[in-house]
Design a protein around this ligand. Structure first.
Ligand code: NDP
Length: 419
């Protein structure tokens, strides 16, 4: 019976919280804390009477370590689930360390202010050394490993779908089906249609920053970077059909390259329709994806934050979205001296997600694994002192939970490969 502090109350957090409430034997008490307390109160009101989990709410600015420490000290949780934004990862980890409470999140650190000189200097050095220019990387959070180990607490990084489930899929493939994995292709297909000309499925600022950046992949021990959307393939996804997909940089490539011994190549592909790409290019060309503040009528505004205010809230897409997602990994490698290919994937239906938790499948496929990661930490099936990515733990209990909690997986030993 545990007590958990959830930080953030957006699209993904709402699903994770609803799923925690369906597992009230583990999640006995939850405090939902976010910048806008009204959203936390509304979710509490929606859930009360439908769950045995005892819910409280709080307001917190998770950029401020002192505020977080005060909240953690007063609530005394067994675990802090960070489902706010990647901008808050380090302040929340810092507060957890000070209070000696375990931590988990769904996305790796990226700074809100990319002009901060200290961050910029470290970023430029990393860009030269490693060769990828994404604004996010694991170095900031991995740097906490020794301090978390000494404090005897756990940090679980990236327990969403990708990263998260894709990381666990890789650990499962290695444990059960390969002596050695040589290649991993992660395929993320969203075949959903929300009926808007343009909208993003999760936080627009984080999403558009990610997909408008150069692509990159890991090959033969180094990063190879490409122009944005330069590598395109077509794949026929079960449950969705043929889709164009584009190579992107993605955070789990970095951790899998570190944690999967001898892996030769890791690529990540995401599907996009032509209309999405045309909208995005246009917004980029007119400067609306910029994170650099401009002065407008005497007031400083950040263009991408202004754009976020104009776009539909991803949490509002639920009732409108039809179709399915299909996200998974194709592995190539060797087993018992023979070549082997293996595909692990999940198909998720937007409308079924909406019927169950009132959200579309992107929030669902991220929020459910966040709850599962937390559950495994709280029940001691996963743990240890230090900072870990999901592929470092035993995949079996997580794979069992996926089947029980609404994200059943499928496998194929004869997949169509990506060239
Ligand atoms: P939303 O924008 O819907 O929600 C973010 C929440 O964080 C909001 O409740 C927001 O509060 C709160 N928040 C933001 N800043 C602060 C702050 N300083 N202090 C306290 N609360 C704050 O985002 P999503 O739910 O779409 O995404 C949540 C996370 O999930 C992101 O980190 C995203 O990158 C990650 N993600 C991971 C995926 C994966 O597969 N691994 C896939 C998709 C998303 P307010 O209501 O006031 O704005």
């Amino acid at each position: 019976m545990s007590r958990v502090l959830v930080i953030g109350c957006g699209g993904v957090a709402s699903v994770a919280i609803k799923k925690c409430c369906k597992n009230s034997d583990v999640f006995a008490e939850l405090c939902i804390a976010s910048r806008t307390k009204e959203k936390c109160d509304a979710l509490k009101a929606e859930l009360e009477g439908k769950t045995a989990t005892r819910i409280s709410t709080a307001r917190v600015d998770a950029d401020r370590v002192e505020e977080l420490v005060a909240l953690i000290e007063s609530y005394r949780p067994d675990l802090v689930m960070n489902i706010a934004l990647p901008y808050q990862d380090l302040s929340i980890m810092e507060a957890c360390l000070r209070c000696r409470v375990s931590y988990m999140d769904t996305a790796n650190y990226e700074p809100e202010n990319t002009d901060d000189p200290e961050w910029r200097a470290a970023y430029e050095e990393r860009r030269r050394r490693l060769g990828f220019s994404a604004l996010f990387d694991y170095s900031w959070q991995w740097a906490y490993h020794d301090r978390f180990r000494e404090a005897g607490i756990t940090a679980l990084l990236g327990s969403g779908f990708d990263p998260g489930v894709t990381s666990v899929f890789t650990a499962y493939a290695l444990k059960h089906h390969f002596d050695h994995i040589e290649e991993i292709d992660i395929l993320d297909c969203n075949g959903g249609d929300h009926g808007y000309p343009f909208a993003t499925n999760f936080n627009p600022e984080i999403n558009l920053r990610e997909v408008s950046s150069p692509g990159s992949y890991w090959e033969n021990g180094r990063w190879i970077e490409t122009e944005p959307m330069a590598i395109k393939r077509v794949y026929d996804f079960e449950g969705v059909g043929r889709k164009d997909m584009y190579l992107l940089h993605h955070e789990e490539i970095e951790s899998l390259a570190k944690n999967i011994p001898g892996v030769r190549r890791i690529r990540f592909f995401m599907t996009f329709g032509q209309s999405y790409l045309t909208h995005m290019k246009c917004l980029e060309n007119v400067g609306l994806l910029s994170t650099k503040p401009i002065v407008f009528e005497g007031r400083e505004i950040v263009p991408i934050q202004f754009l976020k205010a104009l776009l539909p809230d991803p949490a509002s897409l639920g009732p409108r979205t039809k179709g399915k997602t299909n996200i998974g990994c194709i592995f190539k490698g060797r087993k018992d001296g023979k070549d082997r290919a293996y595909y692990l994937y999940n198909i998720c239906d937007h409308e079924e997600c909406y019927r169950e938790v009132g959200s579309q499948a992107i929030a669902y496929t991220t929020g459910v694994p966040a709850m599962i990661g937390a559950k495994l930490l709280l029940t001691g099936k996963w743990g240890g002192a230090g900072v870990f990515n999901a592929e470092e733990f035993d995949p079996d209990p997580f794979m069992d939970e996926l089947n029980r909690q609404g994200l059943p997986w499928k496998e194929s030993f004869d997949p169509v490969l990506v060239d």
